[in-house]
Design a protein around this ligand. Sequence first.
Ligand code: SF4
Ligand code: SF4
Length: 504
Amino acid sequence: MSEQPTQGVSRRSFLKLAGLVGLAAQAGGLVAAGNNAGKSSESYTGWESFNPGTQFFNRKPFEFEGPAHSPVSAVRRPSHLTDYVFGRVGTFQKFYEKHPEWKLGDPLEDLELPPYLIEFYSKFPERLEWDFKTFSETIPNNMKDRKIYENYYKLADAYSEGFTAHGRSLPRPQAPPEISDFLKPLSEDKQIGDPVPFKSPDLAAEFIKEMAHRYGATLVRITKTNPNWLYSEGWRGCPPDYDFSKMPEHWTYAIVMAVPMEWDVIIGSPQFSTSYDAYDRVSTAATRLVGCIKYLGYPARAQTPMTGYDMIVPPHAVEAGLGEQGRTGFCITAELGGNARMAIVNTNLPLTIDKPIDIGIADFCKSCKLCAESCPSGAISMADSPDGMVIRGYEHWYINNGACYNYWRETMGPMGCRMCVATCPYSRKDNWLHDMARKLDPRDPTGVVRGSLLWTQKNFFDYPKAEEYHRPPVGHFASYRPEPPYMVADKYLDIPITNPNEGG
Ligand code: SF4
Ligand code: SF4
């Protein structure tokens, strides 16, 4: 074909030029695409790849005007001394050790318990039965079991210890809120500076959420602190004669954050999982956020699993719209289900608050019951509805925390159980199937999606029966799923190991 000039450029030259332009355009497109991809947090390779983007469920269509909780009878604040299981059993243990001959049926006065505990046990006798069983039977048995089986769980214990060792070093408030919340971090006398004004509460909330994610929080939402959910006494740094009846004015807001326990560890529940990985991480995130807020001149106090709580978290999490209250009593979140360990940061920095959500979790709990069926201690109610169950003035599924704690002291590995977390259908990873279910279910008015998912989980997946989680000979210290490969002590450790699953 002869060369034909085209507007002063030969056809061949034109085609070459066009090819080059095309290539350049493609290369430019690639560069732009590469540039965009590089800017996306999905391309991050370190810890930060898990941060912005973790809160991926769009709650907007499911928000409603709160409050999500309304009292149904006279409200009583929770007590650190009785309702809070560690406070109660710690006191019981102290007095029982002084009177080891005491048994159920003997007068409570013989134990010389403080009057408030006598009154509590008289009202809730089943708590006394469980607390007595814990110290008279379960813990002594557990000490024997540990002599035989402990090495089998050595690496699970070591994993947990790494987190507790760090979490225990986080600072706790050493003075009442009116003093410590206004001091610079780790200082006994240096006051925070003047508040730096934000342009709007919306922008302040946006910034605070961004920081919380950067500091390690997987989920974060904001609500107002509710005085009904403060402990009735025993706030950190406060003397016994402190006036606990009023909420400190600067605790206006509750920034609620959540972090999951490691997924491959949690499914090794009860014996191989630990709460302390998430406890440590969420406590660290909250401590960092306190530092950030104080630097900007606003008072702040962290309520965390590692440094203690002056208030209860689940109802605040529900009001903030992290999720809904489940049969287990805790907040079942949209992204993490029940696998969400939580902390709060209180402050008076003006923030736009979030709304509660309804994605059908509370309703689903009425028919699901998986957690109750798998609970080794029977602590979770099997009722069809929480109607008529009232705790401290609010409707609430009944949870027997004495029974639950008793089983914690029976388990091997790091203390605790967490089976109710491992079995909950909402506690699932972020893969396409679960992601699709999360989006479809709340939009399905027929209930077909949830019905099919529940049927699938109950019929297609095999897992141990509740009694198998108990000590031999009733059970064999079963776990929901095998432990993660890095916790197989037999592979790594040169020590004698007895496996309870093999009838050792
Ligand atoms: S932690 Fe275990 S014993 Fe306690 S309520 Fe959950 S499943 Fe039951
Ligand atoms: S396991 Fe089922 S009943 Fe229990 S909290 Fe989860 S969804 Fe609700």
